[in-house]
Design a protein around this ligand. Structure first.
Ligand code: ZN
Ligand code: CU
Length: 484
């Protein structure tokens, strides 16, 4: 009997996600798994896709997202990711997660990046997980629990201070419960007020919950500028104290006076890696994006407004232009716009490339899906790495580029049977054209579908087709660290 599959992609150039050399072959899928790889000339399938030599890779894993809410609202909200070939997202980053906290008034920034209080309606991670089970996401979802969400709940909103021992203990218990219900780690955003009020000891006290499940500690560090080395040290200390593998979020050297300092930070991280598990993600742009913080704007770092509650019509404008038109200082103009979001042109391209090329780097978009004029990373991250950085600049091979967004990420986060093309792995796949793949989204026109991503499959089901858009498949699942 010859093999019969649900789907065969024939005549593909296979990038298997491990970093190994590309090879020609066919891939057969039945149900949600890859069932055959190689010459499947004798096999047949319900649907056959002729790849014509184009690239087939494991679906990309977005190592850093704020998609907690976007995964709940169906294919339209996730088009930005599926159209890049992403099939799995890591949510709950930077200390911000939609659960476990119920809110009755507007969340303090940066929690409001996820939306207003009406979205914070999950009293436990279990309730959030149940929602994902009943109303499946279009991409696989891997969840972290945010320190800020835990703080708001445990400290009854009074967060401009260190937590008491009792409050830290309550956060630890809430985190332990969430981990038992399928969350995979703990994230902090110590850079942000009011989280910056949390001393290292508070973070360690909460993170202690990770020990039992082997969960990850993921952090937007306290300082990514002058004191970036001290912050890496603090991060490593927290990881060691609770025996947790560490992921440094969106690694960067921020602000002009720190340009070039990735020559210090990367060897420092490598040194740490001799003694404990530490990795990092990075997005492929020299500008960052988060909430607009008036007290932190500077004249040597241009700022673009991404949303504003009092002035929604000004999304997309440069803060310096608005300040000039209003006859105000940058800080005053920013105050007039808040609550608001912004893009900060705060990095050096050479650092971005050095960090991305490092063997420990994973690709994460850090895209902000609810911004009205988002940073282009929301729509362009993965094609930009494949097209601009790998193919056009030759920063690394296409095998390495794919590895940084698939196999490497799956192994760091503990996503079992994902991030690789091999028999038995989940059929999360992306078909793309290495000759034409490229990001189309720009700072001026950010919500644009990328070129060259032909089709994306999530757990064996077609989720996105170029030129047609998202299908109505909702084949994504909650996936948990080191669990089948
Ligand atoms: Zn962050
Ligand atoms: Cu983030």
């Amino acid at each position: 009997m010859s093999l019969r599959c649900d789907l065969i992609v024939r005549d593909a150039t296979i990038f298997d996600g491990t970093g190994a050399n590309r090879f020609k072959g066919d891939v057969g899928v039945s149900g949600d798994r890859i069932v055959a790889v190689g010459d499947l000339g004798a096999a047949s399938a319900d649907r056959e896709v002729l790849a014509g030599g184009r690239a087939l890779a494991p679906g990309f894993i977005d190592a850093h997202t704020h998609d907690d809410r976007a995964v709940l609202c169906g294919p339209s909200c996730m088009l930005c990711k599926m159209s890049q070939g992403a099939t799995t997202v890591v949510i709950g980053n930077c200390g911000i997660s939609l659960s476990p906290v119920r809110m009755t008034s507007r969340p303090v920034p940066p929690l409001d990046l996820l939306g207003d209080e009406s979205w914070f309606s999950f009293g436990s991670f279990g309730e959030y997980a149940e929602r994902l089970a009943n109303d499946p996401p279009v991409v696989n979802t891997f969840a972290l629990i945010g320190h800020m969400s835990l703080r708001v709940e445990a400290m009854a909103g009074d967060t401009q201070r260190a937590a008491t021992e009792r409050e830290a203990m309550q956060m630890r218990q809430r985190l332990a419960a969430a981990l038992a219900e399928g969350a995979s780690g703990f994230s902090t955003g110590l850079y942000y007020p009011p989280n910056m009020m949390a001393p290292t000891d508070e973070v360690i006290a909460v993170a202690e919950a990770l020990r039992a499940t082997g969960g990850l500690y993921v952090t937007h560090m306290r300082d990514e500028s002058r004191d970036v080395l001290l912050s890496i040290e603090e991060t490593l200390k927290i990881g060691r104290a609770v025996d947790a593998p560490v992921v440094i979020s969106h690694h960067k050297c921020s602000m002009p006076e720190n340009f070039g300092r990735s020559v210090e930070t990367l060897p420092f991280i490598d040194e740490g890696a001799k003694h404990q598990k530490v990795d990092f993600d990075v997005y492929p742009y020299p500008a960052g994006s988060t909430v607009l913080m008036p007290e932190r704007v500077r004249d040597d770092v241009p700022v673009r407004v991404t949303w504003s509650v009092p002035h929604p019509e000004l999304a997309g404008r440069l803060l310096a232009d608005l300040a000039r038109e209003w006859g105000l200082s940058l800080k005053q103009a920013a105050e007039r716009l808040t609550p608001a979001g912004a893009i900060y042109y705060q990095m050096d391209e050479a650092d971005v490339q050095r960090i991305m090329a490092h063997p420990r780097a994973m690709i994460g978009s850090d895209g902000l899906p609810h911004d009205s004029f988002p940073h282009p990373r929301l729509w362009g991250t993965f094609p930009r790495v494949l097209g601009h950085y790998s193919r056009d600049l030759g920063l690394f091979s296409l095998e390495q580029a794919v590895h940084k967004m698939t196999g490497r990420t799956a192994s760091v986060f503990g996503m079992v049977d994902r991030g690789v093309i091999r028999v038995g792995a989940y059929a999360d796949l992306v078909l793309f054209d290495p000759a034409t793949v490229r990001d189309v989204a720009t700072y001026e026109d950010p919500a644009r579908v990328s070129d060259g991503i032909i089709e994306t499959w999530v757990n064996g089901q077609s989720a996105y087709v170029y030129g047609k858009g998202a299908t109505d498949a909702r084949a994504g699942r909650l996936i948990s660290r080191n669990r089948l």
